[in-house]
Design a protein around this ligand. Structure first.
Ligand code: UD1
Length: 366
């Protein structure tokens, strides 16, 4: 019986959360005599312990088989370095399938490299679109989906986007959300961060803030105005802000910020989601966090004009506030008066997505 080697690609923090349940399901399949083998390829896009290794440990992801070690750079530099290094690997030891997740630079770079060597590509979280071409992630999604063979989707909206670009239904697999598999698997393991007592945090009496999009944090004036408004409008409750490395660079040039904003290191998975689960609300420009808020029923305010995850707004607890922080006031008034909507969980976000993906893969290789 010949085995079937799947490269599982991960490069940046949100990827690690999405691959953990897939690896677990592949291993279960192996243990029951299945033919699928995997090779975990870390591109090295995120390399700080807090952005990478800590996630591997907490999520029980095995050591990568390969680390392409690309590190930081511009979008083009990172893309090029990942493609060159992954191509070398595939020339030396080809795989049968390249499985990419999400929308980061590593996702697109590895998909292009594999497809050019005629290795089929599977994309997990395919078909979502923000329509905003100023976000590198949107370009990554569009390019990746244009050369994907097998599309694993999180929503009916994503299926519809793909069908509109003439993808045959037989190549679209609506499996649910692996990021939510990780969350549900770890819900009982969440732990308070080390500063919980020091900051005197109380359940439901603080905010969580995350900002890292270039349009929000790369310009000092825009970023400062945003922080001042957030500090003013959160009625003296603590605002816990785990600072992403990109954000830290701009932050080091800004002074005179509100005292209720507490800047902390990037948190690992179990601590971060403990903070979210128990927060009064989350203010963010992330996409994945809006999904986690939806499942944990935590009010979420997104400082963006668009979302590729509309179900977090239509079904979940998320609202799009836009990038003008002045808009926050109305949203916070609604929150403090107890009028925030109660969400429900989107279809198939049930913790079984990793298994569904592997059972599709098993059928594909017969
Ligand atoms: C990437 C993803 C984004 C995702 C985010 C989550 C792309 C296009 N963007 O953005 O979708 O939401 O990850 O974290 O792939 N840096 C470090 N240490 C690290 C990693 C990065 O210091 O471990 C620095 C880099 O030097 C760079 C900056 O952080 O200056 C940004 O890193 P990069 O990987 O380019 O993109 P992110 O903004 O993290």
């Amino acid at each position: 019986m010949t085995s079937y080697l799947v490269d599982i690609i991960a490069g940046a923090r949100p990827n690690f959360v999405k691959i953990a349940p897939i690896i677990r399901a592949v291993k279960e399949q192996q243990n029951s005599g299945g033919r699928i083998r995997y090779r975990l390829v870390h591109t090295g896009q995120h390399y700080d312990a807090q952005m990478s290794v800590d996630f591997f440990i907490q999520l029980g992801i095995p050591e990568p088989d390969i680390n392409l070690g690309v590190g930081s750079g511009t979008q083009a530099e990172q893309t090029a370095a990942i493609m060159i290094n992954y191509e070398k690997l595939l020339h030396k030891t080809p795989s049968n399938l390249c499985l990419v997740v999400g929308d980061v630079t590593s996702t697109m770079a590895c998909a292009i490299t594999a497809q050019k060597l005629q290795i089929p590509v599977a994309h997990v979280e395919a078909g979502i679109r923000s329509g905003d071409w100023s976000m590198p992630e949107e370009i990554n999604r569009m390019v990746t989906d244009s050369i994907t063979n097998y599309f694993f989707t999180t929503s009916e909206t994503a299926n519809e986007h793909l069908r509109r670009t003439s993808v045959e239904s037989s190549r679209i697999f609506f499996v649910g959300n692996t990021m939510i598999d990780s969350l549900l698997n770890n819900m009982e393991r969440l732990i308070p961060p080390s500063f919980w007592n020091e900051f005197k945090l109380e359940i439901g009496e603080y905010f969580v803030l995350t900002l890292h999009r270039p349009c929000n944090v790369d310009t000092i004036d825009i970023f400062k105005k945003m922080l001042l408004t957030i500090g003013e409008q959160t009625r003296n409750l603590p605002v816990i802000f785990p600072v992403h490395p990109r954000t830290a660079k701009t932050l080091s040039c800004i002074h005179g910020l509100p005292e209720n904003i507490r800047f902390v290191e990037p948190q690992s998975y179990l601590e971060f989601n403990y903070l979210v689960k128990n927060a009064k609300a989350v203010i963010t420009d992330s996409g994945g966090i809006t999904e986690e808020c939806t499942v944990m029923n935590v009010p979420c305010m997104t400082l963006r004009n668009s979302t590729e995850r509309p179900e977090t707004v239509t079904i979940g607890t998320n609202e799009l506030i836009g990038t003008d922080p002045a808009n926050l006031q109305l949203a916070l008034d609604k929150l403090f008066s107890g009028g925030w909507k109660v969400g429900s969980t989107p279809e198939k976000w049930d913790g079984k997505t990793g298994k569904r993906i592997v059972s599709v893969l098993e059928k594909l290789i017969i």
